[in-house]
Design a protein around this ligand. Structure first.
Ligand code: NAP
Length: 275
């Protein structure tokens, strides 16, 4: 089994991005809006700040009160849309229940949609006219490309149908000529589907969801899940699944680092588009 090393690829990509930024003398700023403060959100944001700083990108985090009204979030987004020094805007999820994440995200100008989660961006993937891919989707594609794993003609099972991962990933893989099975919590025959899949990508957030008996020999496994179990970060794949994999992403150290790298990638894309 070959481990797909997201940390190593992130380092290589960041070196490449730093050079692009320096050579092009690009002035890039990422604006992050945070409403919920918890350990996970703080960590995601700290990571983005850290790697952005590493390549010479500024980050500006606005921490809003938990009881901030939806209209105030929208007003802030509109202000950032107008700010010529801001390259990309990111609304950190989750947000409090009284705030509609998708409605607020929709207000982000497409040319600043670093997460690729506006309807226009999501629809562009479905329309075979990809603009900015959601960072996790872009990260998974980069991993496959890095390890020269072909997508065309492959059976791919995706577990999870969120707008953040599963749905746009389905579209992006279909664009690359894969046959995709998009599974979710109501899928009745998950094992039958994963068993015939060359590539299994799990983004359910359920530890031990995918077990050794559910996959075929030499399958390629991409574990997007991030679950805290007894203080330890684990994915959705059971540990012994590695016996049957040809390639596998570790958790941590697989998809997570790629997602962060793709934030930087998308910011450069946006900057170039804005020139
Ligand atoms: P989400 O919005 O909660 O979606 C989870 C999806 O998994 C839903 O479609 C759900 O089905 C499905 N699901 C849940 N239990 C299932 C089961 N037992 N069998 C089959 N499908 C099941 O989550 P998300 O935001 O997409 O994130 C998913 C996971 O990926 C989380 O662990 C998250 O932390 C992780 N994540 C990691 C990264 C990274 O960079 N590594 C990035 C994003 C997310 P229904 O639609 O039927 O409810």
């Amino acid at each position: 089994m070959k481990e797909m090393n997201g940390i190593k690829i992130r380092k290589e990509l960041l070196d490449e991005y730093q050079e692009i930024i320096q050579k092009g003398n690009l002035s890039i700023k990422l604006a992050i809006i945070q409403i919920i403060e918890n350990e996970a959100c703080n960590l995601y944001i700290r990571n983005k700040e850290k790697y952005a700083a590493q390549v010479g990108i500024k980050t500006e985090v606005t921490l809003l009160e938990k009881d901030t009204k939806e209209i105030e979030v929208i007003e802030l987004i509109e202000k950032l849309n107008q700010d010529p020094t801001v390259t990309g805007i990111l609304l950190q999820s989750p947000v409090p229940e009284h705030i509609d994440f998708q409605k607020c995200t929709e207000k982000i100008a497409i040319e600043k949609d670093v997460d690729g989660l506006t309807k226009e961006n999501l629809f562009s993937i479905r329309n075979h006219q990809e603009k900015i891919l959601p960072c996790t989707v872009a990260g998974i594609l980069k991993l496959l490309e890095y390890y020269q794993i072909p997508i065309e003609g492959k059976n791919v099972a995706i577990i999870g149908r969120s707008n953040l991962v599963g749905r746009p990933l389905e579209d992006a893989l279909i664009n690359r000529n894969a046959t995709v099975f998009l599974c979710h919590s109501k899928t009745k025959n998950l094992k039958e589907i994963t068993k015939i899949s060359d590539i299994v990508i799990s983004a359910a957030g359920v530890p031990n969801l995918i077990t050794k008996d559910m996959v075929k020999k030499d399958f390629i496994g991409i574990d997007v899940g991030m679950n805290l179990v007894e203080g330890k970060l684990v994915g959705d794949f059971a540990k012994d699944i590695e016996e049957k994999a040809s390639y596998l992403t570790p958790v941590p150290g697989g998809v997570g680092p790629m997602t962060v790298a793709m934030v930087i990638h998308n910011l450069i894309e946006l900057k170039n588009g804005m020139k």
